[in-house]
Design a protein around this ligand. Structure first.
Ligand SMILES: [Zn+2]
Length: 558
């Protein structure tokens, strides 16, 4: 208990100090700064894209889109971006994706957020939104992110930016300053994957379908029509297959995909089971979380969630309730890659005039950012590992009470998992073949590392896994005698040895059956093990604090 209290206080102190530091740096840096209006900010990009092109509001051609991505990668996103070609369209146009994160291309303990645009060729607004969103993330990270954390080389650029900004003529309003602030948080706390166009051929021809006249948002495996949702890449359009391969490699926590023809945030399911093909609410197991995410987007948009939006007063809809569709990307993402995908219809008219682009960006940027920040800072995440080796466990799954679906860690290498849950406290159960399952509770957004104990590792001298730091009862099983052991209380501290008592937790009962010498040895071993474990956790925690920092409770490291 003593060790535990000290540990908790140490952790609390570190968190407070860090929180104060981050707060002071982030806010302090904003206060004296004057910002230009982001929407009109002059281009800082260098390279292939013409300087000043960010002030132009027009639809870039496929070639211009590619060179704008190059320019971002070489300019404001240098060092925090990775460009990938995920495939080619029917007509051979490269489909490109950009990752923006502090360690691009590297698996990190951070939620992933994917933005996909233009899957319908005649709905091009998403291309520009995504490109500008990437640029905003990079500029914010350059100006605020690096200085806020101090964990990366190149810090101290803020003074330089300050002098740049001091010469700016028109000031950034409060809303734009908030946007920049949030962008820095997203850039540091998440891996953001941007796919501006999924249908470059459709865009060139200014039509919905790809060059094979296939609607890409009906081309994904469908859970109701194709049980098991086999990939069958050869049966898909090249654009669909490219997107599927990329998504399966990324396993993003959440996604947005942009369409036009209405103003609404549409969440799964789009498809509905049974022979009844009429519109009706098709509820996914994560319905509450989806509704929350869709609302976050709609409410951050100036008109989407208002009465002015006559068709969708709250600005959100269940997909099938609006109109059912089968083979869409949104449902596939959710079921197949565990990605909470929300489809955003950004404008009632398709292909709005270019003169509308500045307005659309000004309206949607805060919504995109609110969504991304919510996922980045409010997802429940952690590592699910073997209690002895600290490594990922094959076949491990997690389940959340009240959510009728299991999910798996995103990373087979590190055991990292992330899940966006509805606000509130959740009971998370981790299990794996050959391991004792473990149930823990955590608030949505909290880091929750879980280490499972192998059944063959169980020894009577070792306390059952009791990792809840929340006082919840955790049931473990002693492998030797089959007795069920119920532990209670703060497991980071380990079970509390009773003075004069011979045993630890479940081992107490066995004390009557073994000799005093053996029991003393067992107690000594258990105490040593607990002390070692506590020191290891403390070291890990300190190392984590040294190499990263925390914002809104989310670990920033790689
Ligand atoms: Zn569409």
């Amino acid at each position: 208990m003593f060790m535990g209290v000290r540990g908790v206080w140490a952790a609390l102190w570190c968190v407070l100090v860090l929180a104060a530091r981050v707060d002071a740096t982030a806010r302090g840096s904003l206060a004296p700064m004057t910002y230009r209006r982001l929407a009109d900010e002059s281009a800082k990009a260098t390279g292939g894209d013409a300087k000043g092109s960010w002030n132009e509001w027009r639809y870039r051609s496929n070639e211009e889109l590619a060179s704008a991505m190059d320019a971002l990668h070489a300019g404001p996103c240098a060092g925090i971006s990775k460009l990938t070609t995920i495939g080619t369209s029917v007509r051979g146009v490269e489909m490109r994706a950009m990752e923006v994160s502090t360690q691009p291309g590297v698996e990190q303990t951070k939620p992933g957020i994917m933005l996909v645009g233009n899957m319908h060729g005649d709905e091009p607004v998403g291309r520009e939104l995504i490109l500008r969103f990437a640029r905003l993330l990079c500029i914010a990270h350059e100006r605020l992110g690096r200085s806020a954390g101090g964990d990366e080389p190149g810090g101290g650029g803020l003074e330089k930016d300050l002098s740049d900004e001091a010469s700016a003529k028109d000031l950034l309003d409060e809303a734009s300053a908030k946007l920049l602030d949030e962008a820095a948080v997203v850039a540091r706390n998440a891996r953001v994957f941007l796919v501006p166009t999924m249908n470059p051929d459709g865009f060139s021809a200014r039509r919905r379908n790809n060059a094979n006249s296939v609607d890409l948002n009906r081309d994904f495996p469908d859970q109701f029509n194709e049980p098991g949702m086999p990939d069958r890449f050869d049966a898909r359009q090249p654009e669909t297959a490219a997107m599927m391969r990329f998504s399966e490699s990324v396993n993003a926590t959440a996604a947005l995909n942009f369409h036009e023809g209405a103003l609404v945030a549409n969440y799964p399911y789009d498809a509905i089971s049974g022979t009844n093909r009429k519109a009706g609410y098709s509820k996914s197991p994560d319905d509450a979380a989806f509704r929350r995410l869709a609302k976050v987007y709609a409410r951050a948009h100036p008109t989407m969630a208002t009465a002015a939006n006559e068709e969708f007063p709250e600005g959100i809809t269940n997909g099938a309730r609006w109109y059912p569709l089968w083979g869409g990307m949104q449902d596939w993402h959710y079921v197949k890659t565990q990605t909470m995908d929300v489809t955003v219809e950004v404008n009632e008219r398709k292909w709005p005039d270019e003169s509308q682009l500045a307005r659309l960006w000004t309206e949607h940027a805060p919504a995109m950012m609110a969504y991304a920040k919510t996922v980045a800072t409010e997802s429940t995440f952690g590592r699910l590992t073997d209690s002895v080796t600290g490594e990922a466990i094959r076949g491990a799954t997690l389940a959340v009470a009240g959510v009728d679906v299991r999910f798996t860690p995103t990373s087979r290498r590190t055991g990292y998992y992330a899940r966006f849950l509805a606000p509130g406290r959740h009971e998370v159960t981790a299990s794996a073949p050959g391991y004792y399952p473990q149930t823990r509770t955590a608030n949505a957004g909290e880091r929750l590392d879980i280490s499972l104990r192998r059944m063959e590792d169980a020894r009577p001298s070792l306390a059952p896994e009791k990792d809840g730091n929340d006082g919840a009862a955790v049931v473990g099983k002693d492998g030797n005698d089959g007795a069920t052991v119920v532990g209670k209380g703060d497991a980071r501290r380990g079970p509390k040895p009773k003075p004069g008592s011979a045993g630890l937790g479940g081992a107490a009962g066995a004390g009557e059956l073994v000799g005093v010498g053996e029991l003393a040895a067992a107690v000594a071993a258990a105490v040593a093990w607990l002390a070692w474990r506590w020191r290891r956790r403390k070291r890990a925690r300190l190392a984590a604090l040294r190499e990263g920092t925390q914002l809104s409770g989310v670990r920033i490291d790689g």
